[in-house]
Design a binder for this molecule. Structure first.
Ligand code: NAD
Length: 270
């Protein structure tokens, strides 16, 4: 196993970026090697440690990943801008650096692009880095298999009012897990909104509803509604720490892997 993993945080002044830097600097097996923000951001040139609400780290926030990235670095992207995450992935591939992507909100084309780039280096891509959601996904897969399609699957997610994408990447991933377990086509069977005279619900439909309110970190409920009974599996993130700690764990883990696209399931050895 190598020494401390050197991470470069993209989206360094964001909610997750600050947390990754604040928590990452405390871990002996990690080192904050770089911090990147978008061109024109007011924090450019400032010390990443100070911006993350701590003491200075000696790492200035830069606006060009390609200028600072080295092959022994791990790019950790939480920019929240899919095209930026794809650009950062391309730079990681070009430099043979490892990659951890937490950004969500990719459309089909962007997802395809990321999935083509990521396996060309050592990569972990996850819509949710919490251990609880990884286990929830396993439980949802099991429940979707054990309960027949008459137990209709619906997913409800709740996030803070600043979240840019809807439904959440986690809700979509949970929907994909249901579809995979039941041999359904997620893109064809997912129902992302209902309004008006929608008619009866086909049993194979996978409904996803997004709520936005206040400062909620992220709740996900998967409902399997049968006749006379209902199974609900719920995860609530009480703080972003679990997400940041999971991403840092993934960054440490990916350093010693062979090139390929890995999931949080792989990181946790589930
Ligand atoms: P945020 O808006 O607080 O932070 C994003 C930061 O990225 C901002 O500071 C912004 O200026 C910066 N940024 C934008 N474009 C950039 C670019 N081209 N280069 C460098 N920096 C750039 O958002 P957030 O709440 O921290 O969430 C970020 C993303 O992470 C979202 O997509 C969110 O859904 C996702 N997220 C994922 C997980 C997970 O576990 N996978 C957990 C939480 C959030």
């Amino acid at each position: 196993m190598s020494d401390a993993a050197a991470i470069v945080v993209c989206g360094a002044a964001g909610r997750m970026g600050r947390l990754l830097i604040g928590l990452g600097r405390e871990q002996p097996d990690l080192r904050i090697a770089g911090a990147v923000e978008v061109c024109g951001h007011p924090c450019l040139g400032e010390d990443a440690g100070a911006v993350a609400a701590g003491s200075p780290l000696g790492v200035a926030i830069a606006d060009d990943l390609a200028r600072i990235l080295r092959p022994d670095h791990v790019v950790v992207d939480f920019t929240g801008v899919p095209d930026a995450a794809i650009r950062h992935a391309a730079v990681a591939v070009e430099r043979s650096a490892a990659l951890v992507v937490g950004t969500t909100g990719f459309d089909a084309r962007q997802r395809e692009e990321l999935c083509a780039l990521a396996p060309r280096t050592r990569s972990v891509v996850a819509a949710n880095f919490s251990v609880g959601v990884a286990v929830l996904t396993e439980l949802v897969t099991l429940a979707a298999r054990l309960l027949d399609r008459r137990f209709e699957a619906e997913i409800v997610e709740l996030h803070h009012h600043s979240k840019r994408d809807a439904p959440s990447g986690t809700a979509l991933a949970l929907g994909r897990a249901v579809a995979a377990a039941r041999g359904l086509d997620f893109d064809g069977d997912a129902r992302l909104a209902r309004e008006g005279m929608v008619g009866a619900r086909p049993p194979e439909e996978i409904g996803i509803v997004a709520l936005r309110a206040g400062d909620a970190v992220g709740d996900h409920t998967v409902v399997f509604g049968g006749l006379g009974e209902r199974l609900e599996l719920v995860h609530r993130a009480q703080s972003r720490d679990c997400l940041a700690r999971g991403a840092l764990r993934a960054a440490r883990w990916i350093v010693d892997r062979a090139p390929g696209l890995y999931s949080m399931r792989d990181v946790l050895g589930l």
